[in-house]
Design a protein around this ligand. Sequence first.
Ligand code: SF4
Length: 371
Amino acid sequence: MKYISEFRQQDLARQLARAIAQTVDPDRHYRLMEFCGGHTHAIFRYGVQDLMPANVEFIHGPGCPVCVLPTGRIDNAIQLAERHDVILCTYADLMRVPATGRNSLLKAKAGGCDIRMVYSTQDVLKIARENPGRPVVFFAIGFETTTPPTAVAIQQAQAERLTNFSVFCNHVLTPAAMRAILDAPQPVAIDAFLGPSHVSTVIGSQAYEPFAERYAKPVVIAGFEPLDVMQSALMLIRQLNEGRHEVENEYSRAVTRQGNLKAQALMREIFKLRPQFEWRGLGLIADSALRLKTDYADFDAEQRFSLPAIQAADVKGCECPAILRGAKKPQDCKLLGTVCTPENPMGSCMVSSEGACAAYWSYGRLSRRSG
Ligand code: SF4
């Protein structure tokens, strides 16, 4: 398949592995954070870590929107379904994320709530059209990649006067999370970043230029195939060896420096920055999330249903918060593979198809580096 199979070729992977081995300085350790869960899964699914020299370490980042959503927001969504008789629509991964009291959207659905899995915002609009007498809420999550479709749905609902449609908005922003990782009181030692790929198709590689300059950290926008990850690692290692901290774009087949200007304009039209937003593992981060502008308040479920802010604890023993900061790895969690499995997830990192614990469980057992 074009743009996929040529980025999975074994002979090219071996060539890249040799180039990386020849480029690394044996006297230093290279700590590369891959921001996206898609990168983490590529690293484990294709054994990329095993092709790296021992002094090149991948540190898994918080780039999984399901994983970073705090428990309190799931509790809010369950409240919506239980107390306000709404039809709550969301993407499948969120259904099994643990909420307070071992609850989840899936359990609430089994208990009688009208919670529906959707594949797109267009599905939600269809449900709203078919149920004019009931409020329909889209539980929207995701980084800058999934924000434009939510914006389109809000515009469509306004144009169609779909007054029963609203959005519980949990869209978050990647550059703010990268800053928060390095601004933490006890930051994890990271030398360089594999930058988000799909997000960057929207916001462009230039969105990371202030970050690279301020923190003197190289960033390479990396695609999700194994050769993308290896080539990006090589580019980062070269930058580190040469003392550079630039934003480079390995994923040039999809990402430009400016990004998608139309999508950016649409996001600016519908959304505004929240002063702060809670991320699982990273705490409150300023200017890191979006909510609907006042002009679109009629479509804002938080306002329409007066949702309270809920502070909720994670499951005892679950190391998701530390894993999302890059401070721990899934094998540091005593629950991995014992109490916590994909069938019985204790934390969001095991539920999501982009979660680090799910990657270790699915592929890591075959890796000599995963422990
Ligand atoms: S293995 Fe399960 S309990 Fe442990 S950190 Fe991952 S999701 Fe949480």
